[in-house]
Ligand binder design. Structure first.
Ligand SMILES: Cc1ncc(COP(=O)(O)O)c(C=O)c1O
Length: 372
């Protein structure tokens, strides 16, 4: 780019954060300057006819990186998971998933509404794995009274337990009961690149343990829109039909796919910075009186923390979230009494320092007696 690249990037960064330190999610990231440039220059065609060269390139790149036969560009993570579930399962098949997984909690009841499928939740453990014993007993279908199990879904990294990483060995172990029954395994890998970077393994090593993966381009990888589904050629061919059914045939989608290509080529390695920043934030939070956090559990870019209430019980986090927001630090206050912070492109080590001083100050303010 031109010699004013630096100021352009600074301007983009400022737009991304709106002058605030936005730790609510890695979905708030804005496209990098190279993404905007690639979007501007993207060659496009009608993707529903299979004629958008940029979408085709992105789908091939995703498949190669994940070590699968084919890829499919979809509008969102939720659409990628829905396409996968509809493609793997017959109507009415049960789908097994963790009781704190995104697919179970936050995808609008898609399995029931779209597949006519019951979801069978298995307890999620603090490390993002599933209760093995309950998992082994969750498979159904031998008895005439039972709905047949059609699919097992796993999540890596696991959002609601704080971005915990499931290794290839752990995925293999969790997938084993499904494999023993010849059932497919789908990974909600919205942040699977964070898992790969944290483990120091190629993302294909994680994808090898499952039949299909959905991963998001528009979270830590910073693309403005989109997710990918990867799997076998036959699975993706059928998934393409399901995507059309869901209204996801996007025509000249190369405009947004171009940013996805930059995401995969340029934005993966830098996820390590987000992990360092998350750890720094967690360690700093542990030093602030009244905050509860287990910094040793922070493995990627997501962390949860709370505040100590009366008698050491979990306190109300709303006053802290509100005070921090007023001072320019945005956090997600969960209805489960925890605060979530997520590091991402656009959040620097300096921002973490600033966020920590804002939070320390806010905690002091909240602890001070009224009128003091
Ligand atoms: C683990 C996980 N899976 C899936 C999704 C859904 O992605 P999208 O918001 O693009 O539909 C999210 C979004 O936050 C997520 O955290």
């Amino acid at each position: 780019m031109s010699s004013n690249y630096g100021s352009y990037e600074a301007r983009i960064g400022a737009l991304a954060s709106g002058e605030k330190i936005d730790l609510r999610s890695d979905t708030v990231t804005h496209p990098s300057p190279n993404m905007r440039e690639a979007m501007y220059r993207a060659e496009v065609g009608d993707d529903v006819y299979g004629e958008d060269p940029t979408v085709n390139q992105l789908e091939e790149l995703a498949a190669v990186m994940l070590g699968k036969e084919a890829g499919l560009f979809v509008a969102s993570g939720t659409m990628g998971n829905a396409v996968s579930m509809l493609t793997h399962c017959r109507r009415g098949d049960e789908i097994i998933m963790g009781d704190r997984s995104h697919t179970y909690l936050y995808e609008v009841g898609g399995p029931a509404r779209l597949n006519g499928s019951a979801t069978r939740p298995v307890p999620t453990l603090a490390d993002g794995t599933l209760d093995r014993e309950r998992l082994a007993r969750a498979f159904q279908g031998d008895d005439i009274h039972e709905a047949r199990t059609g699919l097992l879904c796993l999540e890596d990294t696991h959002n609601m337990v704080g971005g915990r990483v499931l290794s290839p060995e752990t995925l293999r172990e969790l997938a084993a009961p499904a494999r023993a029954r010849n059932l497919p395994v789908h990974m909600d890998g919205a942040r699977v690149f964070n898992a790969a970077v944290a483990l120091g393994v190629p993302v294909s090593a994680l994808a090898a343990e499952v039949d299909s993966v959905q991963f998001c381009l528009s979270k830590g990888l910073s693309a403005p829109v989109g997710s990918m589904v990867v799997g076998s050629r036959a699975f993706i061919d059928e998934g393409r039909r399901v995507r059309k059914l869901l209204g996801g045939g996007m025509r000249q989608a190369g405009i947004i796919a171009a940013a996805g290509i930059i995401a995969l080529n340029e934005m993966v390695d830098r996820l390590a910075d987000d992990h360092v920043n998350a750890k720094k934030l967690a360690d700093g939070l542990a030093e602030i009186p009244g905050i509860t956090i287990a910094p040793e559990t922070v493995e990627t870019n997501i962390l949860f923390f709370g505040v100590r209430g009366e008698d050491g019980a979990a306190g109300d986090v709303t006053p802290l979230v509100t005070a921090a927001a007023q001072a320019g630090v945005l956090l997600s206050g969960g209805d489960d009494g925890r605060i979530r912070a997520v590091t991402h492109y656009g959040i620097s080590a300096d921002d973490i320092e600033r966020a920590l001083s804002v939070l320390a100050e806010a905690m002091r303010g909240l602890a001070a007696p009224v009128g003091a």
